[in-house]
Design a protein around this ligand. Structure first.
Ligand code: ADP
Ligand code: ZN
Length: 604
């Protein structure tokens, strides 16, 4: 690695050293080679093209699909003293013309462009007259029509290679699965590019899965109790559900905002803006929210309903803890989720093959949820990455689940499904097993069945767990045509005949109402500040909020929490000491150094 790269890393970005494969990627690009970079969210992808753009002559061109976020990225770069700009439909003609002029006269280090603008004949011919350092294609998985972020224009980006074969290209994504990876290399004509594949582990994320009790909102509130005042995302299944969960959180005094594709565009954009700029907002959203949300201090991602696949789950949870500080991801699911999702897939208009694929992905996710194995090991295994397990930072490692011999219970459950005609949901079948005399039981004469009241040894909650695990294991399936009625599968036979033993995990005890959710809700331990440091930290945060408001930018663009924490702990006396703290480059020292020292002094 050339000294100049490390020097720039320190001087401009304020980082002490490279992370992971950043150094090799920067080297490759700077020397003119192409690269395909697969790195998890928060891994430090942007640096991989920003630094080479500064080291090479000319302007680095960054293709980015989300115009809403270009502005923040460009603002962040300007704060570092980098000459950055963006071109998209939000600029008026005069502002766009000025950016073009800067590009042509060599006054820009980095230019962010939306793909549709880049691909216009006019812009391509403008580029012929500019000096280009490199092309960076961000969110490169958008070329894949199988993902939900598909952008047709991304397919045409091969034109860059055709017209500028000598200019290095770098494509980046946080999508981990191998088929998408191959598709990116193929579609973007990156066959000769060196592939840099990082570990997809996110050690600072703590994984938890809980079983839904009712609608799951009560449990969500318990979880949020441990994250008061922190920014986070709650993902819900549908637009209606987003609205309802957001309302319930607001009613509980939480600063929650809804976000889904059915909302009026300006309202939606306003909520997104508030989430990015203010501290402590909980965004309740469908998966329409998230791509390119690079707010670094999202402290939790909660799924109040089951996501659709492990890939989706990994991406959504990946939005937590980009700054590397501890963050928690939490998922609650129940039998109803499985029925809903199966129904959605089967009644959708995808072809048979696609439906089978999606059902298979859902089953894999269910397997993950019910697993007693280390969550990290399970997740990474799905992406083909080996992990030794025992991570110490997931529910299964922290509180190893107990299991019990469920062979008899499973036989009772399956035969009761069979005797009642495979036309009822779990609720009624459980009533029959438990010998309840409900109207429905009497209406169907089910108190006369041989399976009536054979299940008094378990309570309702335990039976729900049995049914959920039977569905997750493929021993029962929900009949979509009949409102989720449960029926047997080919795999049920051996269990019914007592030829197969089953073990189930114990249902966690029901949390006491009103309990402070500290234990389940708290994140992995963040280094606690001593009293004086905490006072300095609070003072610095207040100063940062005010400064961010003045400039109308998100607070994290000024300094990350981790930087403020380091300042509060080190309590530097002068600019020289301050400059040695990670996260403080020359430009920020220049802009904010005096103010920071002043506030430290006042807080003492
Ligand atoms: P990604 O785009 O891969 O999600 P980013 O480029 O946004 O990740 O970087 C994530 C965080 O890591 C940012 O806060 C960034 O400042 C920080 N970061 C990146 N590289 C380094 C490094 N070499 N040393 C310290 N922090 C880094
Ligand atoms: Zn673990």
């Amino acid at each position: 690695m050339s000294d100049s790269a490390l020097d720039l890393l320190r001087r401009v970005f304020g980082h002490n050293g490279f992370r992971g494969e950043q150094a090799q990627i920067v080297e490759r690009l700077t020397s003119g080679g192409d690269a395909l970079v697969l790195m998890p969210t928060g891994g430090g992808k942007s640096l991989c093209y920003q630094l080479p753009a500064l080291l090479r002559e000319g302007c680095g061109l960054v293709v980015s699909p989300l115009i809403a976020l270009m502005q923040d990225q460009v603002e962040g770069l300007r704060q570092l003293g980098v000459r950055a700009a963006y071109l998209n439909s939000t600029l008026d003609a005069a502002a766009a013309a000025e950016v073009e002029r800067q590009l042509l006269s060599g006054e820009l280090d980095l230019l962010y462009v939306a793909p549709e603008r880049l691909l216009t004949a006019r812009f391509l011919s403008l580029l012929e007259r500019a000096r280009i350092a490199l092309f960076a294609i961000d969110e490169a998985h958008c070329v894949s029509q199988w993902g939900h972020d598909f952008r047709p224009e991304y397919r045409q980006l091969t034109v860059l290679h055709e017209r500028w074969p000598d200019i290095p290209r770098i494509a980046l994504t946080a999508t981990a699965d191998a088929p998408t990876r191959r598709e990116i290399a193929e579609r973007l004509n990156l066959g000769d590019a060196h592939q840099f594949v990082s570990s997809f582990d996110r050690p600072n994320l703590r994984y938890r899965v809980v079983h839904k009790d009712g609608g799951g909102v009560r449990q969500l509130l318990d979880f949020l109790e441990g994250h008061r005042g922190e920014s986070g995302i709650v993902y819900a299944f549908s637009r209606r559900r987003v609205e309802s969960v957001a309302e319930q959180l607001q009613a509980a005094g939480i600063n929650a905002l809804p976000y889904h594709a059915g909302m009026e565009a300006s309202l939606r954009a306003g909520n997104q803006r508030r989430f990015l700029q203010q501290d402590g907002i909980v965004m309740v959203a469908t998966i329409a929210f998230g791509m390119g949300i690079d707010k670094p201090d999202v402290r939790f991602v909660a799924h109040v309903d089951l996501p659709k696949s492990i890939e989706g789950y990994y991406q959504e949870t990946g939005r937590a803890g980009r700054d590397g500080d501890a963050a928690e991801v939490w998922l609650s699911y129940g039998l109803g989720d499985v029925v809903n999702l199966r129904q959605l897939i089967q009644q959708g208009d995808a072809g048979e093959e696609r439906k089978r694929l999606e059902l298979g992905k859902l089953d894999a996710l269910l397997g993950y949820c019910e697993s007693t194995q280390c969550r990290r090991q399970g997740l990474l295994g799905w992406f083909g990455e080996a992990h030794g397990g025992a991570c110490g930072n997931c529910d299964n490692c922290l509180d190893p689940p107990q299991s019990w011999d469920g062979t008899q219970a499973a036989r009772k459950a399956l035969s009761c499904v069979y005797r009642t005609g495979q036309r009822f949901g779990a609720g009624h079948v459980i009533d029959v097993l438990r010998g309840m005399n409900t109207d429905k039981v009497q209406q169907w004469g089910h108190e006369r069945l041989s399976t009536w009241a054979i299940g008094n040894d378990l309570d309702e909650r335990q039976w729900r767990g049995v049914f959920r695990q039977l569905v997750a294991a493929g021993l029962l399936e929900a009949d979509v045509e009949h409102h989720g009625a449960l029926r047997l599968t080919a795999a049920s036979g051996p269990v019914l005949r007592g030829e197969r033993e089953l073990r189930f995990r114990h249902e966690a005890a029901k949390p006491a109402r009103g309990r402070k959710g500290r234990k389940s809700g708290t994140s992995a331990p963040m280094v606690e500040l001593d009293r004086d440091s905490q006072i300095r930290f609070d003072a610095l945060r207040e100063w940062r909020s005010a400064t961010a408001r003045e400039q109308n930018i998100p607070a994290y663009v000024i300094f990350h929490d981790s930087t403020l924490r380091a300042i509060a702990e080190a309590s530097p006396d002068d600019l020289d000491e301050l400059s040695r703290i990670p996260g403080i480059g020359a430009s920020k020292l220049d802009r904010y150094g005096e103010a920071v020292l002043q506030h430290l002094f006042d807080a003492a």
